[in-house]
Design a protein around this ligand. Structure first.
Ligand code: FAD
Length: 460
């Protein structure tokens, strides 16, 4: 019996239900990755993710070779390529991880159609990309939770599937393979982290080791911008180099308040996935429309461009945006305040910001990115949709001495202490020496503009 395992956003051998099942049921397995022309046509193969993916595929191939197998690579439209491989090796079954985006749903549909008449059955496995499958917990009479707290209560009370060992051997039949994608990709962020299951597992080991940093300090330090004390595991989760079930399981076994707070973040990830699974249109359309008429036109585009370049004149916002272009990653607190600044203070459409994040984020993910953007913009699941994060208050609280700003905004590196958060207050001669812009907008005026546009200041 021959099985094909189609890898998508699940690039690992540990705790991998499709591979685990296929190896158990079949004598030979084709571990297949298709360099999907659809993903490229959709512009989703941005350089940082393409580079991370190339390393993740190399790592997957190494893991499979260590087990007597190898990764088979094809290029083109996924469904056609899978069908071709099924026919070449005479496979009876195809295994795939369930995924939530509209794209993934269309891919699964296309696969079903392509496999018709081949005699191969499609097996779609749950809880590969999330801890709990979307839809596993729902409020009475509804298909998904729209608020995190009740979701989390149910999520915490449910048990996840058990963790699966990596297979000892993977027998791969003779079948042609294209080359792995090239490691070198143009336009990559200079400080991008390397992809892959081995790298990801090593990072988990370090993250969970008992120490004053890492998971044990997470509850206390996760919002500390210069302390940078979060796990940085998001890209490994996005590409499935790590299993969220195994990660939650290991953190729960580790125990403690830090691990609990960390597991709660994994539940946020599941939460957004279950919203997107139920409402795929939320990738583009407002989940809860607020009647916004976002600014547009030349001035709006100029403001958006200043934001993208990290030249808004608000140092902590600019530091966040510079971190994004340097690392292809941004601290969560920085994402929150940079997104709030774009949508609430500049009153620009969240889609403008989400698109820029997706262009650069190595963990750029439809569910997490679009729905976090909507959360911040107030068009999503936040129960306080009109709150505005004041960048100065955020800076004073989460970067009290200004170290994060000085790290990412070199123009301000010579400004000592917390004065770095308000360069407009420096003496004029000192100010003139810095090649750093004046604030794009006064904070109060920006927030008022949003409130007026949402009709919040109108009587009644
Ligand atoms: P940790 O703090 O160590 O958290 C552990 C894991 O929990 C993360 O790796 C991530 O998988 C998950 N997680 C944490 N916070 C969230 C959250 N708010 N929502 C969903 N999952 C979460 N995350 C992405 O993975 N991809 C994105 O494209 C993305 N875009 C975002 C855009 C905006 C505007 C905002 C505000 C947040 C976004 N996030 C996104 C969520 C969060 O910022 C990142 O997951 C986190 O910063 C990753 O760093 P970490 O791995 O060190 O996180």
């Amino acid at each position: 019996r021959v099985a094909v395992v189609l890898f998508t956003a699940d690039l690992r051998v540990h705790d991998h239900p499709p591979l685990h099942t296929a190896v158990r049921r079949a004598d030979a397995v084709v571990p297949l990755f298709v360099r999907d022309s659809g993903v490229r046509a959709a512009g989703f193969d941005a350089p940082n993710r393409a580079a991370f993916l190339a390393r993740a595929l190399e790592s997957l191939d190494e893991e499979l070779r260590a087990r007597g197998g190898r990764l088979v690579v094809r290029e083109g439209a996924v469904a056609e390529q899978v069908r071709a491989v099924v026919e070449e090796v005479g496979a009876q079954e195809v295994h795939l991880a369930a995924d939530v985006s509209g794209y993934a749903a269309r891919r699964e549909e296309a696969l079903r159609t392509a496999l018709e008449g081949t005699g191969a059955a499609l097996h779609v496995h749950d809880a590969v990309c999330t801890v709990l499958p979307p839809g596993e917990v729902t409020p009475t009479g509804k298909d998904h939770f729209a608020v995190f707290t009740p979701y989390f209560r149910r999520w915490s009370g449910s048990s996840h599937r058990s963790v699966l060992a990596a297979p000892r051997r993977v027998e791969v039949p003779r079948v042609a393979s294209a080359a792995l994608p090239p490691r070198e990709v143009a336009g990559v962020s200079p400080q991008l982290e390397p992809g892959g299951e081995r790298e990801g597992r090593e990072r988990v080991r370090r993250w969970l080791a008992r120490s004053a940093s890492g998971v044990d300090a997470y509850e206390e330090r996760h919002d500390d911008l210069p302390g940078d004390a979060t796990s940085r595991l998001s890209p490994y989760l996005h590409f499935g180099c790590l299993s969220p079930v195994e990660l939650a399981d290991r953190a729960q076994r580790h125990g403690g308040v830090g691990a609990e707070a960390f597991v709660r973040q994994l539940a946020w990830r599941d939460f957004h996935h279950q919203v997107l699974a139920a409402r795929p249109a939320a990738a583009h359309a407002d989940y809860r429309p607020r009647g916004d008429r976002w600014r547009s036109g030349a001035a709006a585009e100029r403001d958006a461009q200043s934001w993208r370049e990290g030249r808004t004149g608000y140092p902590v916002v600019d530091a966040a945006m510079r971190q994004l272009s340097a690392e292809g990653w941004m601290h969560n607190r920085a994402r929150l305040l940079a997104a709030s600044f774009l949508t609430k203070t500049l009153y620009l459409d969240w889609r403008v910001g989400a698109a820029h994040f997706l262009e650069l984020l190595v963990d750029g993910d439809v569910a997490n990115n679009q729905l976090n953007w909507q959360w911040v913009a107030g068009t999503g699941t936040d129960t306080r949709p009109n709150r505005v994060l004041n960048p100065l208050a955020q800076a004073r609280r989460f970067d009290p001495e200004g170290a994060y700003v000085r790290l990412w905004v070199p123009e301000l590196a010579g400004v000592a202490g917390r004065a770095v958060h308000e360069p407009w207050k420096l003496p004029p001669e000192r100010r003139a020496e810095l090649d750093y812009p004046e604030p794009l907008v006064e904070l109060g005026a920006g927030a008022d503009r949003m409130r007026r546009a949402r009709g919040l200041d109108r009587p009644g």
